[in-house]
Ligand binder design. Structure first.
Ligand SMILES: O=C(O)c1ccc[n+]([C@@H]2O[C@H](COP(=O)([O-])O)[C@@H](O)[C@H]2O)c1
Ligand SMILES: Cc1cc2nc[nH]c2cc1C
Length: 350
């Protein structure tokens, strides 16, 4: 599949960088917010971009590998949480309300039928196969799930979303994400497999052995994203990658969530390396392996609050920092406009 992602506007970045140095503060004193303002300008091609409203897309799907007992919760929870999302009772609902987000939940492959007018029904199949035994899905299904994400992102951007937050819900999906990350990074599995929803030490060792077994069965080519998705999964990870690709094509900044989201970002990057230019890492999840995924992507997260929920929640909590970065450029006075003396002459500016 071919994606056409525009280059970052480095010229505007330089302009904003020079302008930020004229604002009424010592050079560099707003730290990471300054870098963020420059990045947002380069992505959007706008010196004074709007990041609001953000669009939050939560993709839900089930994982056949959940049968192996790799989660602290049963697979029915995926469907149950989808109902919670449409009733507005999940963390991401509370946070989306706080940040004024456009919000949508997409069933891309929940194992149970879900009929609710507010759930976007895009089920590609009823959950994946157990990837320890056989391929998670066909490559046609993986492609279909990717397109679901792509189309949904297009839609929410057409409705006005200026930043994209991509969340997920899928019992078992930390096993799937760790398997993809093991294949892609080539690092020892022990560094990449974590507690997910909160499994015991014993279950953790079992989870690692499940992934080891699956990878020796499939031996996926780590440079082929469609192969990774079809052999390992999952449907929501494919959709998330598709959504990111659509946002990057439209110069809409992507605010990444936690572990599963960052692995989906790595998959998207395999489809089109330039997609990573449009990504900002929202937070560092406490899930083992997230730091490695962030390093592979070359991103430093904005916040670290020991969160490990998913759903887009970490990105939603980090989102106000994007508002602050843009408000700084839009609203602050310059030394000249406020008639403030700009440093002692000859003093080194850092
Ligand atoms: O985003 C994260 O970093 C994250 C870390 C651990 C768990 N989760 C969420 O928990 C679910 C997967 O956990 P598990 O144990 O069932 O693999 C899934 O619905 C994710 O949204 C999410
Ligand atoms: C309750 C619950 C909520 C979640 N949200 C994202 N993943 C989740 C997993 C569980 C178990």
């Amino acid at each position: 599949m071919l994606f056409s992602i525009p280059k970052l506007d480095k010229e505007i970045g330089k302009e904003v960088s020079a302008y930020v140095d004229q604002l009424t503060k010592p050079v560099g004193s707003l730290g990471r917010l300054e870098k963020l303002a420059i990045e947002l300008a380069e992505m959007t091609g706008n010196k004074f971009p709007d990041v609001s409203p953000p669009g939050v897309l939560v993709f839900a799907a089930d994982h056949g590998v959940a049968k192996e007992g790799v989660s602290a919760f049963p697979p029915e929870v995926t469907a149950q949480m989808v109902w919670n999302f449409v009733q507005g009772g999940a963390a991401i609902n509370a946070f989306s309300r706080q940040i004024g987000a456009l919000f949508a939940v997409v069933d891309v492959g929940v194992a149970a039928p879900i009929e609710h007018k507010d759930v976007i029904a895009k089920k590609v199949r009823y959950g994946t196969n157990n990837f320890c035994e056989t391929e998670a899905m066909s490559s046609a299904e993986a492609e279909q799930a990717l397109i679901v994400g792509y189309e949904q992102a297009k839609e929410i951007i057409d409705k006005g979303a200026r930043t994209l937050i991509v969340g997920e819900m899928g019992i078992g999906n930390t096993t799937t994400a760790s398997a993809i990350l093991t294949a892609v990074s080539g690092k020892p599995i022990e560094q990449l497999v974590g507690r997910g929803t909160g499994i015991s030490e014993e279950k953790l060792a079992h989870k690692a052995s499940v992934i080891r077994r699956a990878l020796s069965l499939h031996q996926p080519d780590p440079s082929k994203p469609m192969e990774l998705l079809s052999k390992i999964g999952g449907l929501e990870i494919a959709a998330m990658a598709g959504a990111m690709l659509a946002a990057a094509e439209r110069r809409v900044p992507i605010l990444l969530d936690g572990f599963i989201c960052t692995v989906a970002a790595l998959v998207a990057k395999l489809f089109a390396p330039a997609v990573a230019d449009y990504m900002i890492a929202g937070h560092r999840s406490s899930e083992m392996g997230h730091q490695v995924a962030l390093e592979l992507l070359g991103k430093e997260p904005l916040i670290d609050l020991n969160m490990r929920l998913g759903e887009g929640s970490g990105a939603a909590v980090a989102f106000p920092l994007l508002i602050f970065a843009t408000a700084m450029v839009k609203e602050m006075a310059t030394f000249a406009s406020a008639r403030i003396s700009n440093s002692v002459e000859g003093e080194e500016k850092q």
